[in-house]
Design a protein. Structure first.
Length: 114
């Protein structure tokens, strides 16, 4: 499997500005319970505010940006950090310098708590 920029595509969705996606699993509509993909947000790009259709984790492994959740307040996020959004929670991700993140989503997904 590959997830480098050469195999990523730019989805035709108005909520994605300067974003490419490299899926790692089949889409939810095929019956797979969990979906995972590598999202690359270009400098000054964003994933516009929208509700999470299922629980979702965004884990940054390159670059930095800002995320907001239900309260709409942006918080910084960088390499080695992740955020969890609950089903139905409005959220947004943006980056001035660009970032690469793994997004995992699926019914019943919960973050690991120590």
């Amino acid at each position: 499997m590959r997830f480098d920029p050469d195999v990523a595509s730019s989805p035709n969705e108005s909520a994605l500005e300067g974003v490419t996606v490299a899926p790692l699993t089949a889409a939810l509509r095929t019956g797979v319970a969990v979906q995972a993909a590598v999202f690359r947000i270009a400098a000054n790009g964003k994933i516009a505010r929208h509700p999470a259709t299922v629980p979702q984790i965004l884990a940054v492994f390159e670059g930095a940006g800002e995320v907001s959740g239900g309260n709409g307040e942006f918080q910084p996020i960088a390499v080695g950090e992740a955020v969890f959004w609950s089903e139905g929670e409005e959220h947004e991700t943006c980056s001035d310098g660009g970032l690469t993140a793994l997004i995992i989503e699926g019914p019943g997904l919960r973050p690991y708590m120590r």
